[in-house]
Design a protein around this ligand. Sequence first.
Ligand SMILES: N[C@@H](CCC(=O)N[C@@H](CS)C(=O)NCC(=O)O)C(=O)O
Length: 202
Amino acid sequence: MPTYKLTYFDLRARGECVRMMAAIGGIELEEVRVAFDEWPDYLKSKEAPFDALPVLEVDGVKVPQTLAILRYFAREAGYAGPDNLTAAVADALADQYADFVMAFLPWHIDALYDSTYVPARAKHFPYFEAALKKSSTGWYAGTPDITHADVFIASSLEWLSRMDKHRDVIFEGFPLMEAHYRKFFAHPKLEKYLAERPDAVF
Ligand SMILES: N[C@@H](CCC(=O)N[C@@H](CS)C(=O)NCC(=O)O)C(=O)O
């Protein structure tokens, strides 16, 4: 069994999908949480291959990029979809959500609220609502259980809802996304993790 070490900030944000996938997949994860005041020195040390976090270390091999790490864990734990084509559909949904995040960058959400965030959400959320409308299971890729798309979208929506000043109406007009969000956070394999995880600003 390889050893898995995740290095991220003391935040949920981009790291949380990886932690959740590990919890659902029964993957034991060692964690290093880098404090913000440690980051400049950490950056100089060149420990992070692409000068950003998260980074997963697997038996000494470093894997940066959130979605690469998430997909790796999903494949390892059998949650990448039942076949290659379904995995591609899940990949596309996760990538589309990542495009949405990049459109406004969550830490600029207040400055870009009306000019960029609201239009980006109005453009992207219908794609996810439509995917759920097509699904017979309530999971994004229509799979019997979750895939990495469900983990990425739900965990990123939690991150977003922590930052959106109008979080109470975030799902207005998108009832299937809201139902998916509730279904995801009620997943039996997440219960223990959610009860024990540390709090964070976002
Ligand atoms: N596309 C990358 C983005 C990584 C990224 O921007 N990480 C942020 C934290 S969420 C970071 O390390 N910021 C520190 C910096 O850029 O100096 C991923 O998804 O992993």
